[in-house]
Design a protein. Structure first.
Lengths: 160, 560
């Protein structure tokens, strides 16, 4: 019995080191990918007065703006929809989204991409992505925002 | 008749803490029952089947039902289960009685808080889901009731620390017994972890009463998740404590290592709290390097669960071999699968493995971008809190309620069936939810079955949706079986002490704490608590300071 106990302890130690090793590998991978894919990481791009979003500043005029070879899209996510109602961009060009909300929290997940920031009133969230494949991509609100939440779906049209 | 009345009064006369434990437990299970009955409705929703129109006279919307489901199951039931188990285990182990006046105060605070919060919840005035993210604004009674309910847990913290210090005084220099050690670290972790929620509640109460016009939604989110991640360990650790201190014995074996089990709870005390930003990977206003720091700490909190996987599996192997199991897998067959408590834990831990792996995905910054706020997330936590935690509670009720009341378990076969069906239903459901979230970006907590736009958008996942309906039916049957067994046992008039466990089945251990330097090291609880506080200050201090000094208030909205 004494002998068996020590075997268990040895396996135990090996398992703990295996676990720690696995975690170190995961952390390194996450760190590497964070640097490699940094555009898709949501960052703050300033703050606004949520009560003024509909009437003043960039978000009172939601739009797709072409800046050189890139796009900047100012998006208003509100209960229960997005402005502009339709976003058109060309494939292969970097698109930077700046998004805020005049009312409550919303989501902005673009299917088949890594774009999935939290939209918080008072905060402007910024993410960027380059669409390689032309086509239609749904934008889905994935944060509960009231009774019409399920209808809050929009789209991006990526032209060739 | 007089004799019967006397025996009823007498049932708890020698052990009033049994009555307290029973009341906490039963109140928790009543909350779980009401919450669980809304579960199949959520499942059917993700199968495209909307039953809410039929509930219209009583319940106004899917979101009201979902709020009840989340609040009752994840906040009310889990805390009451912790207040029952993590006070009763140390009381029995130390042979001490908690301060009964305070124990009953904690019960009444929990009940009154629950009733106050129930009024706006049932009146559709608080359909803000169990995350209650501002600026969605509920009726003030919801926040006040929830705060009173949570504060009742502070009485439990005091009850356990007071028993522990009484024991320490009588046993100077001795190592704290295992279940008590687990309970003390558990409550200290909660003391530190709950601060976020308590501070948030102060803001929300003042705001909902109209004394201030707005609150900062990002700060409220940050405070919520400060508590919101460690709260999952607050739910989980009673299940772990029962798995360590009772499961090996119930299965016929011994726990392999006492010192290592202490290390697990110590690691939870240290790493449970400074990890909340991994729920805010998608948020603006928190710099990416802070999110990376929390990612690393989150990965660290996987370590105690990895150790648990080993220790529990090895202890079960010890049990299986003691029961005569041979070979690589023979010990598994030799486990007492016909014991409903052991069965509940075995199946619960089986579900916990993919659940834990999914948790590593959620904690990985980049992978999280694919599944943030999709149905993957409820898929994940229904394997954790919905399966292991809930099954540990149900399984423990099968011996604990007879032990507390002297009333033998009724309908053992139904008890076994309820656990198999619960496990099967949860497995089918979570499997479907993981894929629907990952492959089709279907959002969580969304009334898709009531929205033709949604049903059109997600039609490609219809095959997975069918599984949700199937799982909803299976889980409804499982819940009916379990609650029948529970109430038939607790409400019968027959008391037969010879048919119930007279003592808590505390397990024996192979590697003992005496003479272990690790056990000595973990015994310095207050030192480690100080380290935990320091970690929190380092991981949260600068961000919270910046947020508190730059608030950007937003007025409330009621959009349901």
């Amino acid at each position: 019995m004494e002998h068996n106990e020590h075997i268990v302890e040895r396996y135990e130690r090996a398992w703990i080191f295996f676990g720690l090793g696995m975690i170190v590998v995961f952390i390194l991978l996450i760190g590497y990918l964070m640097v490699a894919n940094r555009g898709t990481i949501p960052i703050g791009a300033g703050r606004v007065d949520a009560t003024q979003v509909r009437t003043q500043g960039d978000f009172a005029n939601p739009r797709v703006e072409q800046v050189g070879n890139e796009y900047v899209v100012y998006v208003q996510a509100f209960s229960f929809g997005y402005l502009p109602t339709e976003i058109r961009v060309k494939a292969g060009r970097k698109v930077t989204f700046k998004i805020t909300s005049p009312d409550v929290q919303h989501g902005f997940q673009i299917e088949r991409t890594n774009i999935n920031p939290q939209v918080i009133p008072g905060e402007i969230v910024q993410v960027s992505h380059t669409f390689r494949q032309p086509g239609e991509y749904r934008i889905i609100c994935n944060e509960y925002c009231g009774i019409g939440h399920a209808n809050m779906i929009s789209k991006i049209i990526v032209e060739p | 008749m007089a004799v019967k009345t006397f025996s009823q009064i007498d049932a708890y006369a020698g052990a009033p803490e049994k009555k307290y434990t029973l009341f906490m437990l039963m109140l928790g299970f009543i909350a779980l029952m009401v919450g669980t009955l809304f579960g199949p409705l959520q499942s059917f929703n993700y199968g495209g089947l909307d039953l809410y129109p039929f509930l219209k006279p009583v319940f106004q919307s899917y979101y009201q039902g979902l709020t009840l489901h989340g609040v009752l199951n994840a906040i009310i039931f889990t805390q009451l289960f912790g207040q029952a188990i993590m006070v009763y285990l140390p009381a029995r182990e130390l042979g001490l009685r908690p301060n009964m006046t305070l124990a009953w105060i904690s019960f009444w605070m929990a009940l009154i808080g629950l009733l106050i919060a129930a009024v706006p919840l049932l009146g559709n005035a608080a359909s803000v889901l169990y995350t209650f993210y501002p600026p969605l604004k509920a009726h003030w009674a919801f926040y006040v009731g929830a705060a009173i309910f949570v504060l009742s847990s502070y009485v439990s913290i005091y009850l356990v620390l007071e028993m522990w210090s009484r024991w320490k005084k009588d046993n100077p220099g001795k190592i704290t017994p295992l279940a008590t050690y687990m309970s003390v670290t558990y409550w200290l972790m909660w003391l530190l972890a709950s601060l976020g929620l308590v501070v948030e509640a102060l803001f929300l109460i003042v705001w909902s009463l109209g004394l201030v016009t707005g609150v900062d939604p990002l700060l409220m989110r940050t405070l919520f998740w400060y508590t919101g991640h460690p709260i999952v360990y607050f739910w989980l650790l009673p299940a772990y404590a029962l798995a360590y201190t009772t499961l090996p014995r119930l299965a016929g074996g011994k726990l392999i290592s006492d010192p290592l089990s202490r290390l697990v709870f110590l690691l939870f005390l240290l790493f449970s709290v400074p990890v909340g930003f991994h729920h805010q990977f998608a948020d603006p206003g928190i710099a990416p390097y802070w999110k990376m720091i929390h990612t690393i700490l989150t990965m660290m909190v996987a370590v105690p669960s990895l150790i648990t996987a080993f220790t529990i599996a090895a202890s079960l192997e010890n049990a299986g071999r003691s029961n005569g199991g041979k070979g690589w897998f023979g010990w598994i067959a030799a486990l007492p699968w016909n014991n409903p408590t052991v069965l509940a834990f075995l199946l619960g831990f089986l579900a916990f493995i993919p659940g834990g792996a999914g948790g590593m995905v959620n904690a990985s910054f980049n992978l999280n971008q694919n599944i943030h706020n999709t149905v993957w997330i409820p898929g994940h936590f229904h394997l954790q809190v919905g399966t292991l935690v809930t099954m540990a509670a149900m399984g423990t009720a099968f011996w604990l309620i007879p032990h507390l009341t002297g009333k033998p378990l009724v309908a053992r076969g139904m008890a076994l069936a309820s656990q198999w069906l619960w496990f099967l239903g949860m497995f089918v459901m979570t499997f479907a939810l993981h894929w629907m979230g990952f492959l089709y970006a279907i959002p969580r907590r969304t009334h898709i079955s009531g929205s033709p736009i949604s049903m059109e958008a997600y039609r490609e996942s219809s095959a997975w949706m069918v599984l949700n309906i199937v799982s909803g039916v299976i889980l409804l049957v499982a819940a009916i079986l379990f609650f029948y067994v529970l109430y038939a046992t607790a409400l019968q008039s027959r008391r037969d002490p010879s048919q119930v466990m007279a003592e808590v089945p505390f397990t024996q251990v192979i590697s003992k704490p005496e003479g272990s330097s690790l056990a000595r090291l973990t015994e310095r609880v207050w030192f480690w608590f100080g380290v935990a506080v320091l970690l929190v200050v380092l991981a949260y201090g600068p961000v919270l300071f910046q947020m508190f000094t730059n608030m950007n208030p937003v007025p409330g909205q009621r959009l349901w």
